[in-house]
Structures are given as C-alpha cells and as structure tokens.
Design a protein. Structure first.
Ligand code: XBP
Ligand code: MG
Length: 231
C-alpha cells in the first residue's frame, strides 16, 4: 500500500452535526432568515454533497425563486464558512477517535497521506492543520478543484493524479455512501468508518466497514486493499 486518500467531513473529523450545521444556522440568523436546521433535518440534507448545493436544494424546497437563491446562497455559504472556521479555531471540532494514531502509524511505515473532499478549501486546510498539524496530507483536493461533487469520482481521480500512483496501490477511507461510490468509481478499494449520520447507508462494495478508527491499523488496511470489496 503506497498511499491512503482520506475524506474529511464525517471521516477524519466530526464536522457535520456540531460544526457545519451550527455554522449554517448562524449564517441564516445573520442574514435575517428564519430557517434553522435541526440535527435530523441536517442528516437528510447531507445526501446532497456540497454546502452551496445543499442550500440551493433546501431553499428551492422552501419555495425560494432561483433568482433570489442565486443572490442569497453565495452570501450564506461565505458566512457559513467564516463561522465554521471560527469553530475550528476555537477547538470545537474534534478529530474522530483513533485517527491520530492511525495517521502516525501509516506515516511511520512510509505510506503517503492524501485528502479528497467536496468541502471548500477556505476551511479544509485550517481544519487539517488544527486537527493533525500542518503539512501532513499531499495532495489535498477540495471542492474548489473538483467542482462536481461526490458521488462523482473527480476528487479521487485528481488525488490519484497528484500522487502519481495507480489506483491498485492506494486505499480510500470514507464515511458515507456518496463517498464510497466516488472512491469505487475512481477504481479505489474503500474502507468505510461509519458514524451516527451514515450508519444506515448502503455500504455494498466497501472492502471493510467499521464504526471507529480504533479498529483500524496498517495491517487491517493492507488486508482491505488486497480484498478490494465486491462489485
Ligand atoms: C461533505 C460535504 C460538504 C460539507 C460542507 O461531503 O458535502 O458539503 O458538508 O462543506 P464529503 P462546504 O464528506 O463526502 O466530502 O460547505 O464547504 O461544501
Ligand atoms: Mg464524508
């Protein structure tokens, strides 16, 4: 195994329920909009990857016209990202338990670490630096470079290109069905570390599904890469 490409939201970090969701609600408030996303509503909205796309879909469902959405969504999303970065800086976003030990073990064995996320670069880099220390992942492919969101494989294909490696020697680690489908479509074996929001997703085709990074080590990931997962 030459490299592991990690998803960020819900995978390396517990970012959604107490992070992005809270920041979206602050953005609604700041713009004087009465919408608020509770934990359950946000869980359903997570099926739509990408913050802007999520806002558009929700506000369209609320009957907001496209011309108004085209004005309000970019402003909401910019504010959401600012508020989210403040939560990161305040140490309110945690790495998922077991991530740090696994990253250390992989690096110690010479396995390269990369990121493929649909999130925005504005907050992805500060979050990774804060949670794991600067410069741990290369390349870091974000939604800014891969505008077609997961389940499209483009973020993973760009990460593979940046690594200069064949998919056969690289493993993906994801938390969601959308992420798993994206990784598989890029030809990668994928380990899923499920979380509360994704526990009932369809993980058919995963090489391995666990609930915590504490169940993963280098040897387990090597075996998962060899087994690939069913078609
Ligand atoms: C993550 C996302 C992102 C985040 C918010 O999906 O869909 O939209 O929820 O980030 P994945 P932005 O973990 O599959 O990459 O607002 O920056 O899009
Ligand atoms: Mg994710």
């Amino acid at each position: 195994m030459d490299a592991v490409i990690f998803d960020v939201d819900g995978t390396l970090g517990d970012t959604e329920r107490d992070g992005h969701r809270v920041a979206f609600n602050l953005a609604f408030e700041e713009l004087g909009l009465a919408y608020r996303w509770d934990v359950e509503t946000y869980g359903k909205l997570l099926e739509i990857t990408g913050g802007r796309q999520r806002l558009h879909a929700y506000l369209e469902g609320q009957g907001m016209a496209q011309v108004e959405r085209d004005d309000v969504v970019p402003r909401l999303h910019t504010r959401k990202n600012e508020r989210f970065q403040e939560l990161v800086a305040d140490g309110r976003i945690e790495p998922r338990p077991g991530t740090t030990a696994l990253l250390d073990e992989l690096e110690g064995a010479g396995v390269r670490l990369a990121v493929a996320t649909t999130g925005s670069r504005a907050w992805v880099e500060p979050l990774l630096d804060r949670l794991f220390g600067p410069g741990r992942f290369s390349p870091v492919v974000t939604g800014d470079e891969a505008p077609v969101r997961k389940p499209d494989p483009s973020a993973y294909l760009q990460a593979l290109e940046g690594l200069g490696l064949a998919a056969s020697s690289v493993l993906a680690v994801e938390d969601s069905n959308n992420g798993l489908v994206a990784a598989r479509a890029a030809g990668l074996a994928c380990v899923v570390v499920a979380n509360d929001y994704t526990a009932d997703h369809d993980f058919h085709g995963a090489a391995l599904v666990v609930d915590t990074f504490e169940d993963l080590d280098l040897a387990t990931l090597e075996r998962a890469l060899m087994s690939k997962g069913e078609d």
